[in-house]
Design a binder for this molecule. Structure first.
Ligand code: MG
Length: 377
């Protein structure tokens, strides 16, 4: 039974190019299916989340991370009576605009664009992918997704102001997005805050004692696992603690969102949109734990000495190829060369690089710039 404040498909503001309804799939189910069948979605398999394949081939990549976010999001959405298919479509599309090499790649691409007076933002890039770059249909460019999925792509992690992004004014920038979109940034954090502890520990970069000392919530669950399973090996107790941590965040998000919806007197999607603040949130206590996990991972994993060579290698590969193609636009593939007639060269090169997988960009770097920067990748 959907909640009265769910974003029901029959309330959708529709698609840019009107299409006949499908006989047995709702518009949000079709959007989810369109994302799954997109080329950009398949490329997530070969894009770094935190660790490149050099470490292990059983660590998360951006595709398996995306599937974890979708799983967590579906569970929470169902409990809140939200539109599960819309939540799933938004979860599956949420990282589609990420360039190769995770945050190092994004940082390098953004820095390269800033030198040209512009910038790179993965959510805006995701919108360009689904609106323009995916070529699957005879009748239109892009995936022709519903308004709510496109809106969710740009608004899931933050509100965008009209002054900052005048080109996005069609997306009701003075209103909150539906709860289905508000969830995604938080489920993304639940997924990676736990998964990165797991992979960081398996990679022997994070030590159990450091995690226990740095994250009191993890330590509490680890002690419970030790008391309950004194004989099992450390990793199994670690898994129990991590699972309990994930469960705590999920349950807290459900109960806190419920409470805030009740407190705000929200009874419809219009009420969700008109609310001055977002309704999807953690409690103060779990929010403190979330911030602790985030800063712990920043310090001990993302910016650790162990990952530094990969990071600088990734930045160098992206920067050198960006410079190579902006200086030689005639060596871009034909479709991108044509695009330079309509858009500045740096924007075209940025689009080309942002779409690449890790292996594709490494192959091009080796071919065009030599092997120097990619040795650590
Ligand atoms: Mg993500």
């Amino acid at each position: 039974m959907p909640a009265p404040y769910a974003a029901r498909p029959e309330q959708s503001r529709g698609r840019r190019h009107p299409e006949a309804p499908h006989p047995y799939r709702t518009d949000y189910q079709r959007d989810r299916d369109r994302v799954v069948h997109a080329r950009a979605f398949r490329r997530l398999e070969d894009k770094t989340q935190v660790f490149t394949r050099r470490y292990s081939d059983h660590f998360r990549n951006r595709l398996t991370h995306t599937i974890e976010v979708a799983q967590i999001s579906r569970t929470i959405a169902a409990q809140l009576g939200l539109e599960v298919d819309l939540v799933e479509a938004l979860a599956l599309v949420h990282d589609i605009g990420h360039p190769p090499f995770g945050h190092a790649g994004e940082k390098a691409l953004d820095a390269a664009m800033r030198a040209h007076g512009s910038f790179f933002d993965h959510n805006l890039h995701a919108l360009r992918i689904v609106e323009d770059f995916e070529l699957r249909y005879a009748a239109f460019r892009g995936l022709n997704l519903t308004f709510e999925v496109r809106e969710g792509i740009i608004k899931h992690s933050r509100d965008c102001s009209r002054r900052e992004f005048p080109e996005l004014s069609e997306y009701l920038l003075d209103q909150r997005p539906p709860l289905e979109a508000q969830l995604i940034d938080l489920t993304d954090e639940i997924a990676y805050n736990t998964a990165d502890l797991d992979d960081g520990y398996e990679a022997h970069i994070l030590k159990l004692d450091d995690i226990r000392a740095g994250l009191p919530v993890f330590n509490r669950f680890y002690e419970q696992a030790e008391a309950r399973y004194p004989e099992v090996r450390e990793k199994l107790k670690f898994n129990e603690a991590l699972k309990a941590m994930l469960d705590r965040m999920v349950s807290d998000l459900i109960s806190t969102a419920c409470r805030r919806i009740g407190d705000a007197g929200v009874k419809s999607l219009a009420d969700v949109r008109a609310c001055p603040t977002r309704l999807a949130a953690f409690s103060d206590e779990v929010e403190t734990e979330r911030l602790q996990s985030k800063s712990f991972l920043h310090e001990k994993l993302y910016y650790s000495d162990a990952l530094r060579p990969e990071k600088s290698g990734a930045e160098r590969v992206v920067t050198e190829l960006f410079d190579y193609w902006t200086a030689r636009p005639e060596s871009l593939p034909p479709s991108y060369r044509e695009q330079t007639a309509r858009e500045p060269v740096h924007r075209v090169v940025c689009d080309y690089i942002a779409g690449m997988t890790d292996s594709f960009i490494l192959r091009h770097h080796q071919e065009l710039c030599g092997n120097g920067g990619s040795a650590a990748l």
